[in-house]
Design a protein around this ligand. Sequence first.
Ligand SMILES: [Zn+2]
Length: 334
Amino acid sequence: MGNIVQSPYGADNNFFHHVTADSDRSVEWELKPQIFDSLLTKSFSPNTNFTLKIVMRMFLSQVPTNWGTDMYLRSVAVSQRRSLDPKARYGYHRDSDNRFAIVKGWTTSEWDEFLFAFDTQAARWDRKFWIIPPDDFNLFDIKSGNSNVRPNIACEFDIAYVGASENPHIKVQVANIHDPNEFFRSHMTLYSSEGRHLGEMASMDPITGLVRSHFNYSTIAHEIGHAIGLPHIGVIRSRPKCKLAVVLNDLSLADKLGPLTAALYKGGSNSNVCYGSMSPNDDAENVMGMGSKFAVENASPWLERLPFHIRTPIDIKKWKISLSEAPPMSLVFK
Ligand SMILES: [Zn+2]
């Protein structure tokens, strides 16, 4: 994951408090996805869990527009009898499918509304998982009367908004889309103003072939999942159809498929089958599919960071994930 710096936890030799990861996303991002800071906070009370907070330093900026493009677009709009807001400034921007979209400059109130939605949707990742230590791990134990309790770890998430020169982990641009009916495909570092709304997505049931709807889909939460290192749910769960899509893509065969098959398989790990179409419903419902739900596999950014905070070697395969709040465990000694 690149260079990391581990800061000690005061005089405590068991843990590292703060782990910072370098912000170089320029090279082979997928090979070192865990580019974020993390903070382990100990508990000193038998009623309180430890916390492991992921902090993503993000530079969020507006897709710019300029007068030259604005003038050109206005002349085209006049010839097409399309109306443009006389007070706005317009420009072009390519989406992640390389399609041109007309974008406009942000007003203060539009930007504020977007930032509020962004913060709210990003917070979906906060306190969704609790990591439970294995039986033979006792470094967290706290004495409580005559017995011990063993705290679990609450997984937290936060974004620190920083400037471009303040070493961001990720730089994200947001395009203010002129026509909300025009499809604009986001990716990890390019969002659309339409992302402030929650969406409805559709997948295909593998048994019946019927269309299933998934509500409350948040593009922002999904893209943040990518930014903390998670691929699509079909990749996470090694689904055969998703693997096939990746192979077809690698062999450049996707274009030779018929249109219906292509709609499902085109795009490799970004294909519909990797988002959970033609998968059990639970896949498509996932935040890294087309839905809004969280599953234990989505906790891997926290779980994989944990060994960097604990000075004793640990085997994270023995640590469990709970999707509901798991209070500290009372230990009974016989
Ligand atoms: Zn995605």
